[in-house]
Structure formats: C-alpha cells, structure tokens
Write a protein that binds this ligand. Structure first.
Ligand SMILES: [Cu+2]
Length: 322
C-alpha cells in the first residue's frame, strides 16, 4: 500500500520538477528562495501522494458490499502508527522552519558594501531616486552582480514592490520605510509589479526595471542627468517667457521687453547667486539707470524653489551667450 503511494509520489514529483512552473530565477536571492520553495513543495507532494494513494487504495480494497449491514470490526488503534505520523511531520516542519530561517536571514542581511535606491509608490506609479547621483526616474536601473538595497516608501496607501524574476517582494507602507535587497545575476529588462490592491489603477501600476552592466549603468545615470538638465532648462525658458519676457530682452527666449535691462548684455559673467538675488530681492540693488519697484518683488513667493532653480540655471547657461 505504501509502495503504491510512494510510486505515485515519485511520478508527481517528476512532473513538478520537469515543468518550468516558476519564472526564471535571475537574482542570487531567487535561487535561494526557489530552493526553499521546492524543498517544501516536494515534501508536500510526497505526503499528499502517500495519503491520497493509501486512501484510494483503502476505498477500493475495503469497500463494503451493498448487502453488508454489519458494524465494522472493533479496532482500538495503533500506537506505533500514531507515533510515526506525529513524529515524521513534526520533524519535517522543524526542518522547514530551520531551513527557511537560514535563507531568510541570508537574503535579508544588508551587506556592508551596497548601493541604495529610494523607491516611492503612489497611486498609480513607481518612482526611483538614486541618492548617489541625485537622479530621479520612473525606471529602476541597477547594476548586475551587486547588491542594491531598495528603500521603499508610499505616499498614499499600501503598495507592494515585486519583480517576479528576482522573487524579492516587500510592502511599501505610508509613514515608514521598508527595505528589500536584490542582487541580480542577469542583465535584461524586467517589470516591477505592484502586488497590493491599491485602487482603480492597481493593475497598471508597473515600472520598467533594467539590470545593466557596470558600464551601461554609469552611462544610464549620465543620460538621466542630461535629460533632467535639459528638462530643467526647458522649464526655465518657458518660465522666463511667461513671467519675465515682457520686461526683459533675451535672445534665446526670443523676448524683447524693454522695461528692464537687456539681459543678454547685463548677465554676461554673472553667477547664480547674483541672478537669484536679482529675482528674489530686485530692490536690493538697482541696475544703473533704472527705477526701483518696477520689477515685481514677489517672485520669491510666487515661484516654487524648483521653478526658481530652473530659471536661474537657465539664465546662467543662456544669458550673454548670444
Ligand atoms: Cu500600488
């Protein structure tokens, strides 16, 4: 009887192992997690097959004939069998606990030498900030073969960070910072999935994850920086045209205002501090030949820090270059 169970168990275990049920394991953590997964699954398959095999065999072999109305034989029990079916599962559960504990400890221990990416989840998008290079992007890029710590935060509700091929998954919870480590072993493009139902757009809350070689990673960071600078400069130009162009001439922005000084001329060689001061406190220092209180002194309040920043950067780069 036990042999029948064992045979079915082996057959099912082979099916389980031979079919690729899981996505590829592309991080060192994934390999360890999969080992635990299969360890537990195979134990379950063998036990299930054994129990199911024995049950089916008993149904078939000991079935009472239709005309049999006798009570069953008065069986008291079998102490030896009970000891076995208590001791064996206890040993297996203990083994699973110890093995899982060891692996959990390995994949959760932050190594001395590691990179950090700050991940923010919000309805319904992920954003990634790279503190080393001060880049922020909608794409998660990490170098291959190195451990990256992802520090997770959420702006509104609970989200959950997951890249199936890396296996590592962690909730992003408003008000606290959680973390998850990943050491990718294969370059490629992956998908970050939100796995915590977070609202209407939950199903589309995805982001691209790139695993790059060290060299490509550095290039990616440089590209992102350039993009950010270009975007800042474009924002600065737009702001200038809208808020300043009616009074100032600036060739790059195509403005011809004549109420204030011609910035193509007066800004040559001026630094960020001077320009910032001139915008925020225009009356502190009046350009020769002009009146105070003409240029609005409210830009310090009406513009955000980021807007001021992009405006100043734009002017430093542009003014006097034409
Ligand atoms: Cu979400």
């Amino acid at each position: 009887m036990v042999l029948v169970g064992a045979a079915v168990g082996v057959a099912l275990a082979l099916v389980a192992v031979l079919i690729p049920w899981l996505p590829p394991a592309d991080s060192t953590e994934a390999l360890k997690i999969d080992d635990v997964y299969w360890f537990v699954t195979i134990i379950c398959i063998v036990i299930f097959a054994l129990v199911a095999g024995v049950s089916l065999y008993a149904v078939w072999k000991f079935r009472a004939p239709p005309d049999d109305t006798d009570d069953g034989a008065p069986i008291h029990g079998h102490t030896g069998l009970e000891v076995v079916w208590t001791a064996v599962p206890a040993a297996l559960v203990t083994a699973i606990t110890i093995y899982s504990g060891i692996v959990l400890n390995q994949i959760d221990t932050v190594p001395q030498d590691h990179r950090v990416v700050e991940v923010t989840g919000q309805q319904f998008a992920w954003s990634f900030h790279y503190p080393d290079s001060n880049v922020t992007s909608g794409v998660l890029a990490i170098p291959i073969g190195q451990t990256t710590e992802l520090k997770l935060q959420a702006k509104d509700v609970i989200h959950s960070f997951w890249v199936p091929e890396w296996r590592m998954k962690e909730d992003a919870v408003p008000g606290i910072t959680t973390n998850v480590l990943v050491t990718p072993t294969k370059a490629g493009t992956y998908t970050v999935v939100c796995t915590e139902l977070c609202g209407l757009g939950h199903a589309v809350m995805r982001a691209q994850a790139l695993v790059l070689t060290e060299e490509d990673y550095d290039k990616w960071v440089a590209d992102e920086k350039e993009k950010a600078a270009a975007a800042g400069s474009a924002a600065g130009k737009t702001l200038f045209t809208q808020q300043c162009g009616s009074c100032h001439r600036l060739a790059d922005a195509g403005t011809e205002g004549e109420v204030g000084p011609d910035l193509d001329k007066v800004l040559v060689g001026k630094d960020e501090d001077f320009i910032h001061e001139s915008i925020v406190n225009p009356n502190d220092e009046i350009a020769p030949g002009y009146q105070p209180d003409v240029m609005p002194s409210t830009f310090g309040e009406s513009l955000t820090d980021a807007q001021l920043q992009s405006l100043v950067e734009y002017l430093v780069k542009t003014a006097g270059k034409s």
